[in-house]
Design a protein around this ligand. Structure first.
Ligand code: ZN
Length: 301
C-alpha cells in the first residue's frame, strides 16, 4: 500500500500547488497539468508546464515528508523519515530530464526555440531540505509552493525577450493538447481492488459526502444542503480513471444513482463526450484526465 499512499500524497501536492498557480495571470500564462507526450517510443509526463511568450517552466511536484538531502558528488538524493534513511530518485534531475525531453519534442515538431526552465517543487511545508554548499546546480532548481510565484517574478525579470508571438503560442498549445495521451493506470488491479470497493454516486463539492441526489435539475446534498449543477462531471472522471475510459448510458445512470434513463441521457449528452457505436451499443469516451480526488471513493476495508 506504500505506493498508493505515495500516489495520494502526490495528488494532494499538486492540488495545493494548483491554488498558487491560479494566482498567475491567465492572459499571460498557459498552464498545462499532467501533460503526457510520446517521445521516441516512450511517454513522459509533466506535473505542470507553464508557458508564456518568453519562456516555459516544467514543474515536478512532490509532497514528501521528513528530511530531504541532496549530495553534490553523485547527485544523489535521500529521504529520512522516522529514523530511516532511504535513497530516492533525484527529483531535480527528474525535472531536468522532463524539460530536456520537452525541448527535443518541440524541436521535432518544428516549434520555435525558447528557454525551458525546470523546478522541483516540494509542496509539504514541514519538510526539511538539506543541500551541500556550492551545490547551486541543484539548489537553484528547488522551490516550495509558497515561493513559486516569487521565483516566477524573478524569472520574468531575467527572461524579458519575447520568443513566441500569439500565433506561435496558440500553435504550441494546440500541438500539446492534441498530442496529450492520458494514462489510465489500472488502479484497481494495481492495488488489488475490485469494482465493489469503489463507492458510487456523486460527491458533494462542499462537504465531500457521497451521494448527492438529483432533484429538479440540480444535485442536492442531503448532508449539508449544498446544490450543484455539474457535480456529476467529477464523478464521471473518477469512473474513467477507476473503472474504464468509456461508459454506456446504463452504467452512467447506475454510477450516478439516477433512476430516470431520460434524465441520465440528458446529463450524459451535456458532457459532450466523443461517441462511438450506434443506438443501444453506444459508448461515451473519456476526453481529459482529472485528479479530482478519486481516492475518496476507495472504501476503507
Ligand atoms: Zn454536502
Amino acid at each position: 500500500m506504500a505506493d498508493y499512499k505515495g500516489r495520494m500524497a502526490g495528488f494532494r501536492g499538486e492540488k495545493s500547488l494548483g491554488f498558487y498557480l491560479s494566482m498567475l495571470s491567465n492572459s499571460k500564462y498557459l498552464i498545462f497539468h499532467g501533460l503526457r507526450l510520446l517521445y521516441r517510443e516512450y511517454y513522459f509526463q509533466m506535473d505542470f508546464f507553464l508557458l508564456c511568450s518568453a519562456f516555459g517552466i516544467v514543474l515536478e511536484v512532490k509532497n514528501m515528508s521528513g528530511e530531504l538531502s541532496f549530495e553534490k558528488e553523485q547527485n544523489q538524493a535521500t529521504c529520512k523519515r522516522n529514523g530511516n534513511e532511504e535513497r530516492i530518485k533525484n527529483p531535480v534531475l527528474q525535472a531536468k530530464l522532463q524539460a530536456r525531453k520537452l525541448k527535443n519534442w518541440l524541436r521535432e515538431h518544428n516549434c520555435p526555440d525558447f528557454p525551458i526552465l525546470y523546478f522541483f517543487i516540494n509542496s509539504n511545508d514541514r519538510t526539511i531540505i538539506r543541500t551541500e554548499i556550492r551545490n547551486e546546480q541543484i539548489t537553484q532548481h528547488i522551490c516550495n509552493s509558497k515561493n513559486l510565484l516569487e521565483k516566477i517574478d524573478q524569472i520574468e525579470k531575467y527572461y524579458k525577450v519575447e520568443k513566441l508571438n500569439k500565433k506561435e503560442l496558440n500553435k504550441i498549445k494546440r500541438l500539446l493538447l492534441t498530442n496529450h495521451t492520458p494514462d489510465n493506470p489500472d488502479i484497481l488491479k494495481t492495488y488489488h481492488l475490485s469494482p465493489n470497493d469503489i463507492q458510487t454516486g456523486v460527491q458533494c463539492p462542499e462537504s465531500c459526502s457521497i451521494p448527492m441526489v438529483y432533484k429538479r435539475g440540480k444535485w442536492n446534498c442531503p448532508k449539508c444542503n449544498a446544490q450543484s449543477n455539474n457535480a456529476h462531471i467529477h464523478a464521471i472522471h473518477d469512473y474513467f480513471l477507476l473503472i474504464k475510459p468509456w461508459i454506456t448510458k446504463t452504467e452512467f445512470c447506475q454510477f450516478l444513482h439516477i433512476d430516470s434513463p431520460h434524465i441520465g441521457l440528458k446529463l450524459l449528452k451535456s458532457m459532450n463526450l466523443p461517441i462511438t457505436g450506434k443506438f443501444k451499443t453506444q459508448v461515451y469516451h473519456q476526453t481529459t484526465i482529472s485528479s479530482s480526488g478519486y481516492e475518496k471513493r476507495i472504501m476503507q476495508r
